[in-house]
Design a protein around this ligand. Structure first.
Ligand SMILES: Nc1ncnc2c1ncn2[C@@H]1O[C@H](COP(=O)(O)OP(=O)(O)OP(=O)(O)O)[C@@H](O)[C@H]1O
Ligand SMILES: [Mg+2]
Length: 366
C-alpha cells in the first residue's frame, strides 16, 4: 500500500482494478458508491487503477487520513487482549462512525462472525431515526454504517441529550443486553457534543456501561479531560482525520434522510393511517409509562399514571414523530401523529398492531 490515500467526496462512483481497501473492507476489483456528502478514504496498492466518476477527490498522506491513523487502536483491540465492549467518544466529525466501521471490518477479517454496533447518537445517528437509539449485528464488511438497517431500537423522544441522559443510557444498556450474548465485539457510538456538559455526560455513559475500552477521538485536550474524570477502563486517544469538514447542509439533509428512511420503509411509500381509541393504547413520555389517557375540551392530551399526570398541548401533537410498540417488543416501528380528537389518536405508520405510543419533542412538517 502507498503512503497516499485517495479521499473521495460523494456523490461518486469509484471503480478499482487491483487491490484496495476502505476502512479495512476489501474493495479490490469492485465498484464502490460514495454517498452524497460522505468522504471515503481509498487505500490502494501502487499498481491499482482507480477511476473516480464525478464527486470531488484529492490525495492525503496516510498520517492524516485513512486507517493508518488508527492502527494502534486496532492493535490494542485485537492483538493484545481482545476487548469486547468498546465505547467511542469524540467531537463531531472526529471519525467516530468511521472508526466503528473500521473496527467491525477488522473484527470480521479476524474471524469474529458477529459484531454489534449500538448507536447512542439520538440527534443524527446512523442506525436509528433521530430520537431513538438503535443497534445492529453486522456480519459482512461495510464501508458506511448507514448502509445497515437498525434491527433493534429504544425510543428516547428527544434529539438532544440534556434531561434525557439516563433514558439514553438505559436504552444503550437494553440494546447491549440483547446483542451481547452472541456477539464477540460490541461497539458503542455516541453523539458529538463534547462542549459544556457534553463531556460529563459521556463520562457518565462510561461509568454506567463500564466498557473494556474507551476510545477518545479528536483533540488531545478531550482525551486528557476524559482521562482525568474517568479511570475505570483503559482509554485510548484516537487521531481525527484532517480536512473533513461537513457542511451544515449535509447535516440537516442527513437528519431528514434518517427520519424518512425509518418512517417510510421501501416496501410501501404511502404508510397507512391508523386510528386507535385512547383506551386501547398506553403512552410513554420522557421514559415514563402512562396507562391512562384522555383528551381535554381544547384538544390537549392528558396522560396519567399512579404518580404523575401531564398534559400535552394539541399543537405539539400534530405531526409529532413517534415510535410504536407492544408489550412483547418495545419498539415495532415509527410514525407520525396526525391528530388526536375525541378519544381517538390518528397515526401514520407502517405498523398497526401496537398498543404503546412513544412521544417525542420532534415534529415533522411534510
Ligand atoms: N480516517 C479517515 N480518513 C478519511 N476520511 C475519514 C476518516 N474518518 C472519517 N472520515 C470522513 O470524515 C467524515 C466524518 O466522519 P464520521 O462521520 O465518521 O465522523 P463522526 O465523528 O461519526 O461524525 P458525527 O459526529 O457527525 O457522527 C465522513 O465523511 C468520513 O467518511
Ligand atoms: Mg457519526
Amino acid at each position: 500500500m502507498s503512503h497516499w490515500v485517495h479521499l473521495v467526496k460523494g456523490p461518486s462512483m469509484v471503480s478499482l482494478e487491483g487491490i484496495g481497501h476502505v476502512f479495512g473492507k476489501d474493495v479490490s476489483n469492485s465498484n464502490v458508491y460514495v454517498h452524497a456528502g460522505k468522504i471515503l478514504p481509498f487505500e490502494i496498492s501502487s499498481n491499482c487503477n482507480i477511476k473516480i466518476e464525478s464527486g470531488e477527490s484529492w490525495l492525503a498522506h496516510n498520517s492524516s487520513a485513512g486507517t493508518s491513523i488508527w492502527s494502534d487502536i486496532i492493535q490494542k483491540i485485537f492483538y493484545e487482549k481482545v476487548q469486547k465492549t468498546i465505547l467511542i467518544v469524540g467531537s463531531s466529525d472526529a471519525g467516530k462512525s468511521s472508526l466503528a466501521v473500521y473496527i467491525v471490518n477488522e473484527a470480521l477479517k479476524n474471524g469474529f462472525t458477529h459484531c454489534c454496533v449500538v448507536d447512542g447518537d439520538i440527534g443524527q445517528g446512523d442506525l436509528a431515526p433521530p430520537n431513538a437509539v438503535g443497534g445492529a449485528v453486522i456480519t459482512k464488511q461495510i464501508t458506511d454504517l448507514r448502509d445497515i438497517d437498525g434491527e433493534f431500537f429504544e425510543f428516547v423522544g428527544s434529539t438532544s441529550p440534556p434531561g434525557f441522559e439516563h433514558i439514553i443510557i438505559n436504552a444503550i444498556k437494553s440494546i447491549l443486553k440483547q446483542f451481547s450474548p452472541f456477539c464477540s465485539i460490541c461497539i458503542i457510538n455516541t453523539d458529538g457534543y463534547i462542549l459544556n456538559n457534553g463531556i460529563d455526560y459521556k463520562v457518565r455513559v462510561a461509568q454506567e456501561l463500564r466498557p473494556d475500552l474507551v476510545v477518545c477521538l479528536g483533540e488531545v485536550s478531550l482525551f486528557n479531560t476524559f482521562r482525568a474524570k474517568f479511570g475505570l477502563s483503559p482509554i485510548l486517544f484516537g487521531k481525527p482525520p484532517s480536512n473533513v469538514i461537513k457542511s451544515r447542509i449535509d447535516r440537516s439533509q442527513r437528519r431528514l434522510n434518517q427520519f424518512q428512511r425509518y418512517m417510510l420503509e421501501e416496501k410501501d411509500s404511502r404508510s397507512n393511517i391508523i386510528s386507535k381509541s385512547l383506551n386501547e393504547v398506553k403512552f410513554v413520555f420522557k421514559g415514563k409509562l402512562y396507562p391512562t389517557a384522555w383528551t381535554t375540551r381544547y384538544g390537549s392530551l392528558h396522560l396519567m399514571n399512579n404518580r404523575n399526570s401531564i398534559q400535552i398541548m394539541r399543537r405539539k401533537l400534530a405531526n409529532m414523530f413517534i415510535a410504536v410498540g407492544s408489550d412483547r417488543r418495545n419498539i415495532l416501528g415509527f410514525g407520525v401523529i396526525l391528530n388526536v380528537s375525541r378519544s381517538t389518536v390518528h397515526i401514520k405508520s407502517d405498523v398497526d398492531n401496537f398498543n404503546k405510543i412513544y412521544l417525542s419533542n420532534s415534529r415533522i412538517n411534510e
